[in-house]
Write a protein that binds this ligand. Sequence first.
Ligand code: ASP
Length: 278
Amino acid sequence: MAPTRSIILHGGAGSWRAYEVDEALRALRFAGELGLKVLEGNGSALDAVIEAVSFMEGSGIFNAGRGSCKDLSGNASLDAGIMWMGRAGAVAYVKATWNAIRLARIVMEHTPHVLMVGDGADELARSRGLPPLNLVSNGFGNDTVGAVALDMEGRLASAVSTGGIKNKMPGRVGDSPIPGAGFWASRLVASCATGYGEAIIMAQPCRIISIFYEERGLPLGESLVRAGEMVRGPCGLIALTIKDEAAAFTTAEVMPVVVARSSGIESFLVRRDEVKVI
Ligand code: ASP
């Protein structure tokens, strides 16, 4: 059997209008194709999630990167996180670049730190030549993005990027850059979260998925449901295992999801309290 290469992506859990969801699914599908292309060229899971999430950040369609929502003072600040092979990098309150996920990777690979915020993160973005934050305003203001990939060497990576929540107080940071809350990747399973960040930070669902799946031996779908139900607010989760099982679950109204494998690309909407294992 040919080695597996897969990527699962979400476009945020929330309440979507029909025309927006179609647009989001199209963009997610394209991002999935980009990630899959990296994997099929024997690229790493890390490169695949970076390509997919960077595309979504740049598209302006989602609440991430160029499409980020604004805070109460009318400014955007971005959060992102990435994890693979036991290392993590994350950034919060970024205003200097739309490509927050690449900045998170720089933190992981080129600094001794895990999480950098504010002026220091902005300075790092500028010094590394990342593109400036030029917001597009298309009126969508949709949701956070995330991707989890498995490469042909059986390595898993997870990435998440967001503009946070609309009308947040200046300085607010959500779950997305917090390892274990917004994202997590172990050797056996990787996941990322979307939804109400304050509740997600307190419940740490991505870390919990790993504990349920790899330490307690629960099936992947059940691990997501139990972790998601521990979050005291709307939440969406996607995950991928080293055995190439993919799953998605949400307690929000709906979450657009794409799963891209060499055998084909599937796009669908996960509805409240529904778990999909693909
Ligand atoms: N979790 C993100 C945050 O609270 C928002 C989202 O997923 O839509 O910052």
